[in-house]
Design a protein around this ligand. Structure first.
Ligand code: C2E
Ligand code: MG
Ligand code: MG
Length: 717
């Protein structure tokens, strides 16, 4: 309903046609007299919008109804005829006093008479305003979220054009401000491409991501400055279809570094900073793979400090830790850069020596002994820490890293049992299982106490004259339960447990005593005693030999020590030193089982040896087996060239004897003459008759001169 207010005398009349016109409008309308600026009429929509009835408004001066300075100014200017109209959003007051937003247009309607009227139309903006505000606050929330995230965000449209990004993106990629503000998409993309390690791969991948508009992707990008970014991208949807893509970039450098650190820590021993057992095993696994591929070998050393517990117990753990650190440092200095030293636990270390055979491993073990032999000096204390080292070689001593480490550890335990402070190679265990070996070891220990061991002597004969030139002492054991146990069965077990040292000492004493007794009887027979590597390596070995000789007053040249080639190979320098000391004592040295080891002319020349014993495995095939014949011939020639006496072992037949004589071998021993005999039988057989003792004596002299002169004079008849 169109309402025209109570027309007072002061209110000008309205042309009747205007009323239906404003009645038909949905917007709120006031009609204002142009001259008096009094409200002439309002429509129903106005009443609804502002709550004022026509009675309230009609006749009022419009200036009294305005709420904004803009409207006040307009009406003031309209009074002077200087305004055509106005169309802006403004605030209007409701009848109940609250303000509301409206889009308000004021336009002039000329009339046939007078100055015409102003038509004020108002459209309610409350809803729209509310929506705008909501959208704005949503947007600003979104913006704040975007900016506050630690990820760099980039939004593109389907064509890859940049639509949004946050500041973090610019920081992550170090994109120059200018490129971003100028909105040069191409330049920004090029900048990103140039910042990565592999620009071509980056571009290809980006194209693929853009191509597949529905794809959800996640990958990593390596930047030139070393950082690694994670890139996640999702399609952006609007009304059910993809309209672009949102990329988020996260700097993974710190996370990766932390992971790496955790990985390192889990592979590191905290107190020494060395790789730990786990890291070692990884490296051994790798070394095995390489060695298999290249058909090469490597060594694993197990180093255990001797009596370290005492340091911990007496000086405290903090002190012990300092010692361990110093040990770690020294061990490190023994190794090449490529090798690994690891701490297994407590006072146990392991050394992985790449590309090493027995010789290389021995060098490393020696360097370890040397490094540890220097005294430790902390504060005012000075002391020595020795170590026991077990050596295992790949591929011989274990097919897996665990097996290899176990072999090295076993060898280390042998060193511990046999007096510590030294090193030793692992020796493959015999088929006998551990329990049987332990039982055998126990039985041996009892046998020594119960005097069940006996020493037999096998005659050694001059090939030309047939005269006795010596006797090899061979141990015999008859166990009450087991019966006769051959040395080939119990000696390796004794070597493994270290008990060979006790046995060896007993044999030495027995043999030397026997030789002295024979000598007293007029039978001058040099005795040859087998010496195990472990026994020979004992620090006090030379001294014990000298003492035994002194005790029974035997001329040292009546004692010959039989060493195997392995002794010389494994402890070259130490062995040389020891052998020189023995030589100075006047004791003779023979190399037993010659030809079965890694014979090397070099060491034969270097070492003070008098005799080579050709291993009986080569003699067995004589004279028919061509390769045995060739080998024996070569050994004999080599020995002769070096002025060494050559004796063949295991001679059982005349044919063997003849062959040996023909090829220039000097002596033999074997069943052809006699097996090992007990002392009484031996004496009975070789009892001094006229000239017999002389023969043995001359033979001894001949051996000694053989080493010195180039012409070997052999005893003939
Ligand atoms: P070996 O030092 O090479 O000793 C020679 C071995 O050949 C002895 O075996 C001997 O009985 C055997 N033999 C001698 N003549 C013949 C023959 O004509 N034919 C055959 N088939 N064999 C013959 P045995 O006594 O069983 O000793 C075996 C190994 O045990 C010795 O080899 C030696 O390495 C070790 N052994 C023996 N006694 C001792 C010892 O007192 N101390 C140490 N450390 N090892 C010993
Ligand atoms: Mg022997
Ligand atoms: Mg032998």
């Amino acid at each position: 309903m169109i309402v025209q207010g109570p027309v007072s005398a002061a209110v000008p009349a309205l042309p009747a046609a205007l009323l239906p016109m404003i009645e038909g409008l949905q917007e709120a309308v006031w009609l204002v007299d142009a001259r008096s600026r009094q409200v002439l009429a309002i429509n129903e929509a106005s009443e609804q919008l502002l709550g004022f009835t026509p009675d309230d408004l009609v006749g009022c001066a419009v200036e009294s109804l305005v709420t904004s300075p803009e409207d006040a100014l307009f009406w003031a200017e309209a009074a002077t005829g200087r305004r055509d109209g106005l169309h802006t959003d403004t605030m209007m007051r409701h009848a109940d006093g609250h303000l509301l937003w409206a889009s308000r247009r004021i336009s002039h309607l000329p009339l046939p008479q007078g100055d015409g009227v102003w038509m004020v139309t108002m459209r309610d903006l409350t809803r729209q305003r509310q929506q705008d505000e909501e959208r704005d606050s949503l947007l600003s929330e979104l913006r704040a979220t975007l900016e506050s995230t630690a990820d760099g965000i980039l939004v593109t449209d389907l064509a890859g054009r940049i639509r949004h990004f946050n500041q973090r993106l610019a920081t992550l990629w170090s994109i120059p401000e200018l490129l971003l503000t100028e909105g040069r998409d191409e330049a920004v993309q090029a900048w990103m491409r140039r910042s990565v390690v592999d620009g071509a791969a980056y571009a290809t991948r980006l194209a693929a991501i853009q191509e597949a508009s529905l794809l959800h992707t996640n990958d990593r990008i390596e930047l030139l400055d070393g950082r690694v970014l994670e890139r996640v991208s999702l399609p952006q949807w609007s009304r059910g279809r993809p309209i672009g893509r949102v990329y988020s970039f996260r700097d993974l450098s710190e996370t990766l570094a932390a992971h790496q650190r955790i990985e390192e820590l889990s592979h590191t021993d905290m107190s020494t900073g060395l790789p730990n057992r786990r890291a070692l095993m990884d490296r051994v696994d790798h070394a095995q793979a390489v060695a298999r591929r290249e058909a090469s070998s490597f060594a694993l050393l197990n180093v255990d400090l001797d009596r370290f517990k005492q340091i911990n117990d007496t000086l405290g753990h903090a002190y012990g830790d300092r010692v361990l650190k110093e040990v770690a440092l020294r061990l490190k200095q023994c190794l090449r850069e490529v090798d690994t030293i690891a701490r297994l636990d407590g006072d146990r270390f392991a050394l992985l020596i790449h590309q090493a055979d027995a010789r290389g491993a021995e060098h490393a073990a020696r360097r370890v002994q040397e490094a540890m032999s220097q005294p430790f000096c902390f504060d005012t204390l000075s002391f020595t820490v020795t170590c026991s080292t077990g050596v295992a070689l790949f591929p011989g001593d274990g097919a897996s890293s665990e097996a290899l480490l176990a072999s090295a550890e076993r060898a280390m335990h042998w060193v511990k049992e046999s007096g510590r402070g030294s090193f030793r190679f692992h020796q493959p265990r015999k088929d006998v299982d551990l329990l049987s070996r332990m039982r055998l070891d126990h039985a041996m220990r009892q046998a020594l106490q119960e005097h069940e061991f006996r020493l037999f002597f096998q005659p050694q004969i001059d090939l030309h004259s047939g005269a006795l030139i010596g006797a090899e002492a061979l141990i015999r054991w008859r166990d009450p339960l087991r019966g006769d146990v051959p040395p080939s069965e119990f000696i390796p077990v004794a070597e493994e447990s270290g008990f060979i040292i006790a046995i060896g000492h007993w044999v030495l004493q027995q043999a030397v005593t026997q030789a002295a007794q024979w000598l007293a009887m007029g039978l001058r027979v040099p005795v040859a005693v087998n010496v195990s590597a472990l026994q020979f390596q004992q620090a006090q070995f030379v001294e014990s030999v000298a003492q035994v000789l002194r005790e029974v007053n035997l001329p040292p040249e009546l004692l010959e020590l039989e060493l195997t080639e392995s002794v010389l190979l494994r402890d070259a320098d130490d062995a040389l030193h020891r052998m020189e000391e023995l030589s100075q004592l006047g004791v003779l040295i023979a190399i037993d089982d010659f030809g079965t080891g890694y014979s090397n002319l070099g060491y034969l020349k270097r070492f003070p040896i008098q005799r080579l014993k050709v291993d009986r495995s080569f003699v067995a095939g004589l004279p028919d087996d061509a390769s045995d014949a060739g080998i024996v011939n070569a050994i004999v020639q080599m020995g002769r060239a070096l002025n060494l006496l050559v004796i063949a072992e295991g001679v059982e037949t005349e044919a063997q004897r003849d062959f040996l004589e023909q090829c220039g071998c000097h002596e033999f021993q074997g069943y052809l003459c006699a097996p090992a005999l007990d002392a009484r039988a031996f004496a009975h057989r070789f009892a001094p008759r006229a000239g017999a003792s002389q023969s043995a004596h001359e033979a001894t002299l001949t051996r000694k001169s053989a080493r010195r002169g180039s012409n070997v004079r052999l005893l003939r008849g």
